[in-house]
Ligand binder design. Sequence first.
Ligand SMILES: CC(C)(COP(=O)(O)OP(=O)(O)OC[C@H]1O[C@@H](n2cnc3c(N)ncnc32)[C@H](O)[C@@H]1OP(=O)(O)O)[C@@H](O)C(=O)NCCC(=O)NCCS
Length: 220
Amino acid sequence: MVNIRRATISDLMLMQHCNLNCLPENYNLRYYLYHGLLWPQLLHCAEIPGKGKIVGYVLAKMEDEDGDAPHGHITSISVMRTHRKLALASNLMHASERSMVENYGAQFCSLHVRETNTAAKHLYAQTLGFLKADQEKGYYADGENADYMKMPLSPPMFPHPHAEIQRRREEEQRRKAEEARRVKEAAEATRSEASKDEAGQAQEKPAKGDHAKVPKKKKH
Ligand SMILES: CC(C)(COP(=O)(O)OP(=O)(O)OC[C@H]1O[C@@H](n2cnc3c(N)ncnc32)[C@H](O)[C@@H]1OP(=O)(O)O)[C@@H](O)C(=O)NCCC(=O)NCCS
């Protein structure tokens, strides 16, 4: 059995070990620590319970530069060869995406993938629903191009496992949507009142050339 759980700082070395086994893109421990300290909710690992062995991980962060909507970015994900095709990567991705939405209000998730990485591209596009948004030429150190992929995220995609809590969440969302609708309607009503007033004032104001019709004030 393998557990997917949130990673802690003490898991980082084993996550790095998994990365070194699976990918040519490697990072020093400081980079793992940077993710773990800034976005602790987004790091997840696949662990064999009782053995202290980590067979998969996802390293992710939040980004909001360039005036973009807040969004999560997958820095790295891998699963040991011995444990592939068991839906571990799919579940690690789901866990991280859920945390992006619940903790940071992420509106989408982005990532880079090698053009030739068939397994990862299947995972992202077919299993998870990512779409290619761009191509970044020579993105990788060996000159290979990257596909830049994105997937929209929203709270309804991650229902709570307990029905009662989910019901309360939905009620709260409906209440917020209703409140937003009322505020919007009130703002529109105020705007249309203001424009009616302006139109009325414009009618009362004499047009150019109408001065002759305005009775002149008597001089005393
Ligand atoms: C890519 C990787 C993370 C997938 O991990 P995994 O745990 O085996 O993936 P899952 O079991 O969740 O499978 C997800 C989907 O991908 C498919 N898939 C997995 N490996 C595949 C392969 N080699 N070729 C084609 N499809 C593959 C699965 O069949 C599944 O498809 P389905 O949902 O249609 O049934 C893993 O192969 C890996 O660690 N590769 C090396 C590191 C890497 O490339 N990371 C990505 C960097 S961008």
